[in-house]
Design a protein around this ligand. Structure first.
Ligand code: 4NP
Length: 161
């Protein structure tokens, strides 16, 4: 089993979006039984909440239902459970690196820098204080990097380095 954890700040916009998009892509690829997906926030403010309605709407427009996801905060155990820990922006990444330096385990990666293909951007920008276009752009960036991630997962499952 391969385990993937997406991490943003609040776990109500970007990381649940990535969580839902990857689940859909895994289903299409016939990989659902081999890969587990979760998402978390570096902050605990929104623990227990459903994704932001604007993220739910933007995901729905791409055929992805994220309404059932609930927010939680990332914790030290995650670093020993997940094989991929993928940060949405540099601030999330540096918060995760602080935990990693204490606990070891899986080294976090900046999601777009590691797996993005078509965009010249290395961060998924926080859409929370912006308009609808920002939420659509989050989907564009995440769909693109999920393709790169799926390719990497295929390689891992095939036993290649
Ligand atoms: P996320 O977006 O990190 O993509 O879930 C945010 C959600 C909430 C807040 C900031 C960013 N907030 O300030 O409450």
């Amino acid at each position: 089993m391969i385990r993937v954890l997406f991490v943003c700040l609040g776990n109500i916009c970007r990381s649940p979006t990535a969580h839902g998009v990857l689940l859909g892509r895994l289903e299409e690829e016939g990989l659902s039984t081999q890969v587990q997906v979760d998402s978390a926030g570096t902050a605990e403010w929104h623990t227990g909440k459903a994704p932001d309605p604007r993220s739910q709407a933007a995901a729905n427009d791409r055929g992805v239902d994220i309404s059932g996801l609930r927010a939680r905060q990332v914790n030290e155990d995650d670093f020993h459970i997940f094989d991929y820990i993928l940060a949405m922006d540099r601030s999330n990444f540096s918060d995760l690196m602080e935990i990693y330096e204490r606990t070891g385990g899986t080294r976090p990666k900046l999601f777009l820098r590691a797996f993005g293909r078509s965009f010249d951007e290395h961060e998924v920008p926080d859409p929370y204080y912006g308009g609808e276009a920002g939420f659509r752009h989050v989907l564009d960036l995440i769909e693109d990097a999920c393709d790169g991630l799926i390719a990497d997962i295929h390689q891992t499952l095939a036993g290649k380095p």
